[in-house]
Write a new protein. Structure first.
Lengths: 229, 475
């Protein structure tokens, strides 16, 4: 089981992160200060570090710099409310593997953690994805369900493919905006666009069938999965 | 190293003023001194020449053949130059025939020089054995068939003494004059700069609390009056933006309070509720939706801050307006399709004009306007996007977006651009977003040197007119 260390001084945030990450099947350690964090890094050897940048006494970037100088091989994901392009560049150039601005959606955090730890091996190489009786063909960009070919626009196919690649997981609107629509930020119009696009996709892939695959998770986003009984 | 340098403007002005004056005075005094010296020397030579002519008439050989000077001439009134006269007469072989008693037996000018006194008076400076400097002239005079070389000179000591006196007077007078000039300069500078001091004191007293205070303008015509009015204009702008900021801060606080109130109520009700997990999840979902709205508001506020800092003219790149509109329409296509809207563009060729801008911001502005048009259009309506050039200024590209929605309520054509504005019209209330979309668009477009407004005359639907400066062909 991969071990994740969370260095975050805000107690509520830290607790919420810890329970969420634990529920996702990881071994979790938490530290509220840089010193505690260093101690845990050296004694427990976590695989991934979730690092807040604004810590008491010591800046998160300092910690990161020192860890990299010591040559410690560990994935580092920065979580911060300092979210400008410059902050991002500073974080990544100091040696972070990824950077997530607060407030972020939890599904997205999990997706990034999974990607960094390669827990879910990317299914990108498989030519076909199967979810229940839904079959996606990457090469011909065709979708079929129950033997019927679904007529999808290119955007709808891309959306479905993304949901399918992340099957079993909830995908937030932020993730869709960035990864499917390739927008750098989320804003009101894009949210409307996503909602309408998902509704239309649902009409095509779910409405004619008894079993519904595309779920809306209120407040979180969407998920494509076979319903559990 | 710079410690000697006066720190205040008044002393610096005086310093320069006195410095320049000192240089001028020294140059002037040197010139006067030199001129005086030359003139007085010339005067001596002139006197000597006259004297030589006088002396020529007074010289005679006595019975023994010795050269004598007629003494009875002394009975007449004479200048002391005559008393001080030094004279030597030599024959062509250099033998001294006469030497005046004033020379006290010393030679005047040494051995005869070849050609001396032939053509002119050959004035020159020489030094007697006792060290006296003498300005002497030579002249050849024929008498009793003999050639006589007359040398006549006056001591320069009186002249030098006078010049020394003159120098002393100058050395005392110049520093005195400079001192007086410095005092006067300080006083004048202080007087001239006093209004600035007053302005500074006044300006220092202006803080956020009394931003409405202004500097008094004594004379609007002079430089200080100009400075004061420039400063007052600055204060005007400052006061305006300060008020705007205050209003904005209050608005933001209010706008953030609304969703937080909702969050709180949802949470409190859910905790009191015993209906179990289902209603709990329901409450959590509402909370998440509410936070997502909050974050959108915060993003829009950050976007406003970013737009505030941009300036179209300084942007390195320009983009064809139509390409941006096309991109936005493609993104929003699914929304217009959903409502079966007919979106079409007119005058597309004109839309190829390029706008200097940060593409992301320009796109956001246009997106907000087009999204509004689509949002407020009725099912099956028409959204018309047309391009034209301004009739008054061909460098202005106009983008007109017209929908068939409810239009803008009377009297709200300007207010829709206000931050956090929500229309009083009932049918639009259900569409409320962050309330910042149009103010973001307006700020961005104005930063790009353009303008945006809703046509008051539009009878059906809303007509939004955006004007943007296009870059010239040569660019």
């Amino acid at each position: 089981m991969s071990r994740i260390l969370i260095i975050e001084d805000d107690k509520k945030m830290s607790d919420a992160l810890a329970s969420g990450v634990q529920a996702a099947g990881y071994d979790v350690l938490t530290a509220a200060s840089a010193e505690e964090g260093f101690y845990l890094v050296h004694s427990r050897h976590p695989d991934l570090l979730l690092l807040d940048l604004t810590l008491p006494h010591r800046n998160g970037l300092d910690i990161l710099r020192q860890l990299r100088q010591e040559g410690i091989d560990m994935r580092v994901l920065i979580l911060t409310s300092h979210n400008t392009v410059e902050d991002r560049i500073a974080g990544l150039s100091t040696g972070a593997d990824d950077y997530l601005g607060k407030p972020f959606s939890f599904p997205e955090l999990l997706a990034r953690i999974d990607a960094l730890l390669r827990r879910f091996l990317p299914s990108k190489n498989e030519p076909q994805i199967l979810i229940g009786d839904l079959r996606l063909d990457r090469k011909s960009r065709a979708a079929m369900r129950g033997g019927e070919v679904l007529e999808l626009t290119p955007r709808e196919f891309e959306l479905l493919l993304y949901l399918a690649e992340n099957t079993g997981r909830t995908v937030s609107r932020e993730m869709l905006a960035r990864d499917v629509w390739r927008e750098t930020s989320r804003f009101t119009p894009i949210d409307n666009v996503i909602d309408v696009q998902v509704a239309r996709l649902r009409k095509k892939i779910d409405d004619p069938f008894k079993i519904k695959l595309l779920q809306t998770v209120r407040g979180l986003g969407f998920s494509l999965r076979e319903p559990q009984h | 190293m710079r410690q000697w340098w006066p720190s205040n403007l008044r002393s610096r002005l005086t310093f320069w003023y006195v410095g320049v004056l000192a240089v001028l005075l020294v140059v002037y005094a040197t010139l006067v001194f030199a001129f005086q010296y030359v003139v007085l020397s010339k005067q001596i030579v002139h006197d000597e020449i006259q004297d030589v002519e006088t002396v020529e008439g007074l010289l005679f050989f006595d019975s023994t053949g010795t050269l004598q000077l007629r003494q009875d001439y002394y009975s007449r009134p004479q200048s002391h130059l005559l008393i001080d006269r030094m004279m030597e007469v030599r024959d062509p072989s250099g033998i001294v025939l006469y030497r005046s008693p004033t020379l006290k037996g010393m030679s005047l000018g040494g051995p005869t020089r070849p050609g001396e006194g032939d053509a002119d008076f050959g004035e020159r400076l020489t030094r007697l054995d006792d060290g006296t400097h003498v300005l002497l002239i030579s002249h050849i005079h024929g008498m009793d068939n003999r050639q006589l070389l007359i040398r006549l000179g006056y001591s320069l000591a009186p002249l030098r003494a006078r010049m020394l006196q003159f120098l002393l007077v100058l050395l005392i007078a110049i520093p005195l004059a400079l001192l007086m000039a410095a005092i006067a300069g300080q006083a004048i500078a202080r007087r001239a700069l006093r209004p600035i001091e007053r302005m500074a004191t006044r300006a220092e007293g202006i803080t956020a609390k009394n931003l409405q205070d202004r500097l008094e303008i004594l004379n609007p015509e002079d430089e200080l009056g100009h400075l004061a009015s420039v400063f007052n204009h600055l204060l005007n702008r400052l006061e305006q933006s300060f008020e705007q900021l205050q209003r904005f801060t209050a608005d933001v606080a209010h706008e953030l309070r609304t969703p937080i109130a909702a969050l709180r109520t949802i949470g409190e009700v859910a905790l009191e509720d015993d209906r179990g997990e289902r209603s709990c999840k329901e409450a959590l979902s509402s909370i998440l939706e509410e936070t997502s709205r909050l974050s959108e508001t915060i993003d829009a506020l950050l976007l406003l801050a970013r737009a505030e800092a941009t300036q179209g003219a300084r942007e390195p790149k320009a983009w064809p307006l139509k390409s941006v509109v096309d991109e936005v329409l493609a993104l929003l296509e699914v929304l217009s399709e959903e409502k079966s809207l007919n979106v079409f563009q007119e005058g597309g060729a004109l839309g190829e004009g390029s706008i200097r801008a940060d593409r992301g911001l320009l796109r956001t502005a246009i997106m907000n306007v087009l999204h509004n048009a689509i949002k407020f259009s009725p099912e099956g309506g028409v959204v018309r996007v047309s391009y034209s050039r301004s009739e008054t200024d061909p460098q202005i590209l106009q983008l007109l977006v017209q929908d068939e929605g409810a239009g803008i309520a009377k009297g709200e054509h300007d207010r829709v651009f206000e931050r956090f504005f929500t229309s009083s019209a009932r049918e639009t209330a259900i569409y409320s977003g962050t309330g910042l979309g149009l103010s973001v668009a307006k700020l961005i477009i104005e930063r790009l040197g353009g303008s945006i407004r809703f046509d008051v005359q539009a009878t059906s639907g809303a007509r939004c007119l955006i004007e943007l400066p296009v870059i010239g062909r040569e660019q």
